[in-house]
Design a protein around this ligand. Structure first.
Ligand SMILES: [Cu+2]
Length: 173
């Protein structure tokens, strides 16, 4: 009787090891979020030489400033405003725009590190931390390192353009 119980326990314990063949559909996924903007190099260069690397952008610096009052330019955004992941999936951000962004995890959405651009958001939370700012910079044409968030809700924002936000929800696999 005891032997049977031990065998049953052993079988249960080894079952997961036999599972990979059937679990293939649940293999981890790598998700890439897109950081977007539409900076227009000619007008941005007047004040910030070399900052905007895209010549064909549609939003001039004066237009960008006007849109701060409306919550920030809609052309500056994270294309996936919220995503769901399974535990073990990874997520990274790629900058497909023409200007530098950050992809920074925060506890609560809030202000970033550029006082003038912070006018676009009403939050009282101040997320500016220069160490994290430097660690999470994503230059145009580059991607952040992939990370595997833990189960739960994770918030990411840009610390330069604080209205660029996304929520990543990870469910147990
Ligand atoms: Cu940004």
């Amino acid at each position: 009787m005891i032997k049977k119980a031990v065998l049953a326990a052993f079988a249960l314990a080894t079952l997961p090891l036999l599972a990979p063949a059937t679990a293939q559909a649940d293999a981890p996924h790598d998700r890439v979020l897109e950081l977007r903007d539409a900076c227009d190099k000619a007008s941005w260069d007047v004040e910030f030489p070399g900052l905007c690397t895209r010549s064909a952008g549609s939003v001039s610096l004066p237009e960008f400033r006007e849109e701060l009052a409306d919550g920030g330019s809609g052309a500056w955004w994270i294309r996936q405003r919220s995503i769901g992941l399974d535990q073990g999936d990874s997520v990274a951000a790629t900058n497909v725009g023409g200007i530098v962004h950050t992809f920074t995890e925060v506890d609560q959405f809030g202000k970033g590190c550029v006082p003038e651009w912070n006018q676009a958001v009403q939050d009282t939370v101040d997320n500016c931390d220069f160490g994290r700012f430097l660690q999470t910079l994503v230059a145009p044409g580059t991607s952040s390192a992939a990370q595997q968030p833990t189960v739960g809700v994770h918030r990411f924002q840009c610390l330069i353009h604080p209205w660029m936000r996304t929520t990543v929800t990870v469910k147990p696999s």
